[in-house]
Ligand binder design. Structure first.
Ligand code: FBP
Length: 702
């Protein structure tokens, strides 16, 4: 007899077992929230001090000198302990402060721990200190929407992913009016400092705000956030100051786990190619890390494509004494050829399945597409400025937009000084599939960035791949390899001599265990023709059924499943690396504020090494800025860091590429990183990219 009491259906929600099973709180959540990240040694001391270090130099842009004079001379500052501080130092350090914090841009796992670190440090130094969280991103600053953070609220989000506590947004404080409103908010809340947790554009914002608020004495500190991993800082000598932004590790681990599961599925069911687009607006850092974690069969890296040169074409042009400009840089068509080559090679060994990882921002590195993006950015920005309206509201439908472009092309014919959009551009644009035209004309984000996440990059690339594979099929070079033993067994069972048909049907019958049907045989009809020609069947005879079966097996089927990995990984609870990293970033932020810094970005040096070697620092933001095209204009922004094709991580992937493609008989070489866990050692430690790149000084060139 059951020990449990029967549950009355009407009272079902009152039943304690039902309540426990349906509660929002589970054991994992409790353990996560209770986790106390270790702190860098310096933070175990009651007071910290900033030790400027002028050894770290940057190439400073003249425009940055001009626009950010108050913070351009900031130096890298190491956070150090103070042994016996004097009273004035203590008073300054512990004075009562109001600090505002805002999340800006896309969520990144670990943001809540930045808040927790800042909160804990501020309250420990002076319990009267207040931390305000601005709601819904920078709009919260502009519109003065903030909440005072309490211990209860902070505790509720410790070690949890997302930015749910105060939310985020993509607004930008980019006009005099917004700056004035920001000043009003700061005055109203009596703020001493604002902390901007954001990506390259948000840290750019932090620098301008620091410049603007300098006289008012309001300190502004940035925090390097973005799953894209494109905030990495090195000085001119190549010394790493910030190896990666927070959130990157978690997102990469989440994507890698999902993609690794697909590796398992596809090598079990052996019928699908899984096309995995992974986030990363521009840089391919996430794709590179996913490759290292999963050993997917094919991983494209945008930065490598930008470097591409077609050596054959260059040589040919040289002989003709001309320069073939088209041989430099990658085209979409050429990219599809490279992918097809790998698919064809795997098919030849009987593997009509696999995993392709495509970085979201890959189109940024394809010259022909990049040109369109820049031209369209300029056209849209010019239209908005001239008419003081919004291009997308004026031309809501694709056909309206295309008609507008056509008008511009006509104008270029009449006015030779108008060069932004000519007839050739218009014709080329016309050749692009409609869904891609729409993608290229989508609304830019508030920073003027092209929104790659809204474009079906994978669809564009894979449509070209499918087309070309069909051509290769027609040409007779795309075939599935047939195991010789299988072929022989099939024919023997039917009482047919395999050695009789083998040499007629296959091009490598005598010297391989994996048989490839001859190039000239591309259909049952052509098979019959060849068999007749070689005298293997008579004119009025049918092809023996087992022979036809084998031929049909040799015709590859390119079946795909498409996946997008982005928002899911971005919302994951942070890995232990990101928990510890962000909590210490929060502590760093407070040290910078308590020591009077402004225009600095909190960072942890030596992230690529063991935790015991981590060093909290402040990095000056202004010297990291350079000019970039935004909304059709050159604008001063924090420089994004893209994948370095000379880095050890990239070169390792390049060297292992052939092995991971596994276009050879036998097993694939997939790696199983497993899901994000809080315990365990290796996977939770730090990104593999960082581990490899930290070996930089130890690698001897050969
Ligand atoms: P941040 O640079 O703001 O951290 O955002 C990164 C990102 O997740 C990109 O990977 C992606 O392209 C983009 O945000 C998506 O933007 P949105 O959230 O507006 O769709």
């Amino acid at each position: 007899m059951s020990e449990h009491k029967p549950i009355i259906l009407e009272d079902i929600l009152k039943n304690p077992e039902v309540q426990k099973a349906t509660s929002n709180i589970n054991q994992e959540l409790i353990e996560r929230k209770e986790y106390k990240p270790p702190v860098c040694d310096v933070f175990s001391h009651p007071y910290t001090f900033l030790q400027e270090n002028a050894d770290f130099q940057f190439v400073v842009d003249n425009e940055a000198k001009k626009l950010l004079p108050k913070i351009i001379d900031n130096k890298v500052a190491f956070i150090t302990k103070v042994n016996s501080p004097d009273n004035p130092f203590k008073e300054k350090y512990c004075k009562r402060r109001n600090i505002g914090i805002v999340f800006s841009g896309g969520p990144a796992p670990g943001g809540h721990n930045v808040i927790a670190g800042l909160y804990d440090a501020a309250k420990k130094v002076n319990p009267e200190n207040k931390i305000f969280g601005f709601l819904l991103g920078p709009d919260g600053i502009i519109e003065n929407k903030a909440i005072e953070l309490t211990a209860e609220l902070v505790d509720a989000y410790r070690n949890l992913g997302g930015f749910s506590m105060i939310k985020t947004g993509r607004a930008k404080i980019d006009s005099k009016e917004k700056m004035l409103l920001t000043k009003e908010t700061c005055r109203d809340l009596g703020l001493d400092a604002i902390v901007i947790v954001g990506g390259d554009d948000s840290n750019t914002n932090a620098a301008f705000l620091a410049q603007e608020m300098f006289e008012e004495g309001l300190q502004v500190i940035g925090v390097p956030k973005t799953i894209d991993g494109d905030i990495q800082v090195k000085d001119t000598a190549g010394k790493t100051l910030c190896a990666i932004s927070f959130g990157f590790h978690t997102a990469a681990r989440a994507f890698a786990n999902e993609i690794s599961n697909l590796c398992t599925d596809s090598s079990s069911d052996v019928k699908y190619w899984h096309i995995c687009k992974v986030m990363g607006r521009v840089a391919s850092h996430l794709a590179l890390e996913v490759a290292l974690q999963t050993h997917a069969n094919i991983t494209l890296i945008g930065e490598e494509l930008a470097d591409h040169t077609d050596k054959e074409r260059i040589e040919k042009a040289k002989k003709e004494n001309i320069i073939d400009y088209g041989a430099y840089g990658m085209t979409l068509r050429h990219l599809s050829r490279i992918i097809c080559d790998s698919i064809v090679r795997r098919a030849a060994v009987g593997k009509s399945y696999g995993i392709i990882v495509i970085p979201e921002g890959i189109l940024e590195f394809i010259d022909e597409i990049q040109t369109f993006i820049i031209k369209l950015n300029t056209i849209i920005a010019d239209h908005n400025e001239l008419h003081d309206t919004d291009f997308h509201s004026d031309f809501p439908l694709l056909r309206d937009k295309l008609e507008y472009l056509r008008r511009l092309a006509r104008r270029s014919r009449e006015d030779s000084s108008f060069t932004i959009w000519n007839t050739r551009d218009d014709d080329l644009f016309d050749d692009i599939p409609e869904f891609f035209q729409k993608g290229l004309l989508t609304e830019r984000d508030s920073h003027g960035n092209f929104q790659f996440s809204l474009v079906e990059t994978d669809k564009i690339v894979m449509e070209l791949v499918t087309d070309y594979l069909n051509i290769l099929k027609e040409k007779g070079v795309y075939k599935t390899g047939i195991e010789k033993t299988y072929y022989k067994d099939t024919l023997n069972k039917a009482g047919i001599d395999p050695d009789f048909f083998g040499p007629v049907m296959f091009k490598n019958y005598d010297d391989s265990d994996l048989l490839l049907v001859k190039k000239s045989i591309i259909s049952v009809k052509t098979l019959k023709k060849v068999l007749q020609k070689e005298g293997a069947v008579k004119d009025n005879e049918k092809i023996p059924a087992p022979v036809e079966k084998i031929f049909k097996k040799s015709v590859p089927k390119f079946k795909t499943q498409v996946h997008f990995y982005g928002y899911d990984g971005r919302g994951n609870d942070p890995t232990r690396f990101d928990c510890v990293y962000t909590y210490n970033l929060g502590l760093t932020v407070f040290s910078l504020i308590a020591n009077g810094a402004t225009g600095q970005m909190a960072a942890i040096k030596n992230l690529e090494m063991d935790f015991s070697r981590w060093e909290p620092i402040g990095i000056p933001i202004a010297p990291l800025m350079h000019l970039e095209e935004r909304k059709g204009k050159l604008t001063l922004v924090l420089e994004k860091s893209v994948v370095d094709v000379n880095s050890i991580a990239f070169r390792a992937v390049k060297k292992l590429r052939e092995k991971w493609l596994a276009a050879a008989p036998g097993e694939d070489n997939f790696r199983r990183p497993g899901p994000i866990r809080f315990t365990g050692k290796s996977e939770e430690d730090r990104p593999i990219t960082l581990v490899l790149n930290s070996l930089h000084n130890r690698v001897i060139e050969n």
